[in-house]
Design a protein around this ligand. Structure first.
Ligand code: NOJ
Length: 602
């Protein structure tokens, strides 16, 4: 649909300026999650209340006021369950108990209570694809042997070769190496193997087994009854594997967590320019991912969460592509939201971002699901650093200390511009802890501090994701910048983070924290989360290769991704800008490179 806008847009940009509405604003009030800004907390690195060097739930509770003041709507807590801590808590031993290093169930209840009291919803991680190898189920399977019903809870198969000495197929672990390990216990003939799409300590569950399904529904009920507002479903696209576990297509290697493949894929995409589908190298494809039957699981889960009062939600983590595949996870009887990694992976490039935004909105509108937008999380290089790396550099797998890091002020400027762009889009948005402080990726961690399983499984060549998981600086003049009173926290904070500490930024105009806060406040006030998306045509002076512009309700959003300042016509009223705007000689708006502005068209 095309319409010619009247008023400020045509006044400013000439009579040829038209808007094309690609997504209408919500007609009235909507459930909270359709427009929420959710703040991801990686509990080990958020705040340490008991001084053992590791963040904990009491630390989370102590800083909920910070988050309410920042203006987010919800928190998403990464796993805090009893865990082997091989994969940062995503190797769960007991799904119904808090890891003692992070606190107690009473501490969890206190987090929920306080969060709700200050108006924040609470989403928690649910890890259904695998358990820890120390989970009682896997231990029982080992004791009972590979042909036992207990082993039938996992994906256990005889190997190939005369005595099963070869793994059942060629699937690879996301963290490097084979996805199969010999089933422990007494020797059998043939040898049996268990599947682990991730670390060797994370055996995959068998989702064809009704006991597995029943157990997870029971786990969900346990937390729903404690008051959680939803679940972020880890590896939502992985639960069901293709019948017969066939080998994957030989030319495919998943790029996620596999930097060599990611790099090759990125190069290929750049070489192919825009003709190559943006999404091609960035998805998990193959017989172990995105199988049709997985949707049955989420249909059942949706009925479970809807039994509970309030608007509880399921958020899927599914590295699938194109957006039409993602949309299948958020059909009206499945999950409520799914992370949109196309946007995250698009980089700082106007055509790619435009494609990612339009593709996402179109695919999700078709199933009446809200888009989600995210730039950073605990698995990828923080966007402050990532968006300023050379364009052909892989973005997964962490950074090497020898890596030339982007110039800090320029990188921060670009990151803030990306954030303001994201927060102006209709739908839900996810903010990762510390981005509101302008934290970069830390590439300087000593090797002996690295804990990501990628480091070990890559033969100590790929550092992994710890650089995005460094603890937060709260107080500039306190030990470990207020994260912990321990002598040495689990990961050290870089000395250069003193000026990024929260107490140095609160109430400081122009600080990253205050820029986020103002954006969140305005986003709510302007109802951008439930707003519209209109493409613009015929605007003179906005080169589409380097400028991204759209209108949400009555807010014009202009991001300058080019290298030259952009001169917008005079008379426009700027509501917010990601960085200071220089004064023009007349009352024109000058948008410097790597800057996003929100302009009032009302
Ligand atoms: C996705 C999580 O975000 C990541 O941190 C984890 O390593 C894998 N799933 C395996 O659980």
């Amino acid at each position: 649909m095309s319409l010619s806008p009247s008023g400020p847009l045509t006044d400013a940009f000439g009579p040829n300026a038209t808007m094309e509405l690609v997504h209408p604003a919500a007609p009235g009030p909507m459930p909270w999650w359709r427009s929420a800004v959710v703040y991801e907390i990686y509990p080990r690195s958020f705040a340490d209340a008991d001084g053992d060097g590791v963040g904990d739930l009491t630390g989370v509770r102590a800083h909920l006021d910070h988050l309410a003041h920042l203006g987010v709507d919800a928190i998403w807590l990464n796993p805090f369950y009893v865990s082997g801590w091989v994969d940062g808590g995503f190797d769960v031993i007991d799904h119904r108990a808090v890891d003692p290093r992070l606190g107690t169930i009473a501490d969890f209840d206190a987090v929920i209570y306080k969060a709700h009291d200050v108006g924040l919803k609470v989403i928690i991680d649910l890890v259904p694809n695998h358990t820890s190898d120390r989970h009682p189920w896997f231990q029982a399977a080992i004791a009972a042997g590979p042909d036992s019903p207990q082993a039938g809870l996992y994906v256990v198969r005889p190997g190939r070769g005369a005595h099963g000495e070869l793994p059942p197929n060629q699937w690879k672990s996301k963290f490097g190496g084979s996805a199969w390990t010999r089933f422990p216990g007494n020797a059998t003939d043939p040898v049996h193997w268990y599947l682990h799409l991730f670390d060797v300590h994370q055996p995959d569950l068998n989702w064809q087994n009704p006991l597995v399904r029943a157990e997870y529904i029971s786990i969900m009920r346990f937390w729903l009854e404690r008051g959680v507002d939803g679940f972020r479903v880890d590896n939502a696209h992985a639960l069901i594997k293709a019948d017969g576990l066939p080998n994957e297509a030989p030319d495919w290697v998943s790029p996620v967590g596999n930097p060599a493949a990611a790099e090759a894929a990125e190069h290929a995409m750049r070489r192919g320019e825009r003709d190559a589908p943006l999404s091609a190298p960035r998805r998990d494809v193959g017989p172990q991912w995105d199988q049709e039957l997985v949707h049955e699981v989420y249909r059942e889960w949706r009925t479970v969460i809807e039994e509970y009062p309030g608007e509880r939600i399921l958020v899927g983590e599914a590295w699938v592509s194109p957006p039409e595949r993602l949309a299948r996870y958020v059909r009206s009887d499945e999950m409520n939201q799914a992370f949109n990694f196309e946007f995250l992976a698009a980089g700082w490039n106007a055509p790619d971002l435009r494609t990612a935004i339009a593709g996402t909105v179109e695919a999700l509108d078709a199933v009446d699901a809200p888009a989600t937008w995210v730039l950073s999380n605990h698995d990828v290089i923080r966007h402050l650093t990532r968006l300023s790396l050379p364009p052909d550099q892989a973005w997964a797998g962490g950074l090497d200390p020898n890596q030339r890091m982007p110039e800090p002020a320029a990188a921060l400027r670009r990151a803030r511009a990306a954030t303001l762009l994201m927060l102006a889009l209709p739908g839900a948005a996810y903010v990762y802890q510390g981005e509101e402080l302008g934290l970069p990726e830390d590439a300087s961690l000593p090797e002996n501090a690295l804990e990501d399983p990628t480091w070990r499984r890559s033969g100590f060549t790929v550092r992994g994701r710890d650089g995005a998981r460094v603890p937060l600086p709260w107080v500039a003049d306190a030990p470990n910048f207020g994260f912990s009173t321990a002598r040495v926290p689990w990961l050290p904070l870089p000395p250069g983070w003193r000026d990024l500490a929260a107490d140095r930024q609160r109430s400081v105009p122009g600080s990253t924290y205050e820029t986020y806060r103002a954006a969140l406040w305005l986003r709510r006030r302007l109802e951008l989360g439930t707003g519209s998306l209109a493409r613009l045509h015929g605007l003179s002076g906005l080169p589409s290769e380097s400028v991204l512009a759209f209108v949400n309700r009555t807010t014009l959003v202009v991001a300058n991704l080019g290298t030259d300042p952009l001169r917008l016509p005079s008379g426009l009223m700027v509501l917010h800008a990601s960085s200071d705007l220089p004064l023009a000689d007349d009352d024109a708006v000058l948008v410097p490179p790597d800057t996003t502005v929100w302009i009032d068209l009302a």
